[in-house]
Design a protein. Structure first.
Length: 170
């Protein structure tokens, strides 16, 4: 599961609505607890630098990523740190006029299997739903990966679908 503060959740919604009709994107910072639950504590919006049609793909600006890594304490001018308290957990991106479900392009571009993927459906410029996913190996095949939806919660453990007018897709 992922716990995300309401202010960060709302910043993601605002960023993805602002980016419409193109895919908007950004990075999620935070940590995992001893139960393997993700806790988002920061975010960094990024320009979508994908080549071609930015309505169906995204790419995080590497400069934004490296600055965020420095700000989180993951790297310094002397190289990577051994045990950063906060690190990049994953990213968010929008699906303009499409559901908040991973696409074939998302799976094709999933180079970092440890990342979480937040996907925001933006319909006609308004966020309609948000889902979160992680990559898992398909049973019986160690090389094939698929997305598995994971629960998106407020810090007190309430599902966002119960708190927010943006309804989760069923």
């Amino acid at each position: 599961m992922i716990r995300i503060p309401a202010d960060i959740y709302q910043l993601i919604v605002a960023d993805t609505e602002l980016g419409y009709p193109r895919e908007a994107c950004g990075l999620l910072g935070g940590h995992k607890d001893d139960q393997d639950h993700f806790h988002v504590t920061s975010l960094r919006a990024s320009p979508n630098i994908a080549g071609g049609n930015r309505q169906d793909r995204f790419e995080i600006d590497p400069g934004v990523r490296f600055k965020f890594m420095r700000d989180l304490g993951m790297i310094s001018s002397h190289g990577p740190l051994k045990q950063p308290k906060e690190y990049i957990l994953g990213h968010y991106h929008s699906h303009p006029d499409h559901p908040a479900k991973p696409s074939a392009t998302d799976l094709e571009m999933a180079y970092e299997p440890e990342f979480i993927w937040m996907i925001i459906s933006v319909m006609a410029g308004k966020a309609a739903s948000i889902t979160a996913h992680k990559l898992i190996q398909q049973s019986g095949n160690s090389e094939l990966l698929k997305f598995q939806e994971i629960q998106l919660l407020s810090p007190d453990g309430t599902p966002y679908a119960a708190l927010n007018p943006i309804q989760q897709e069923t």
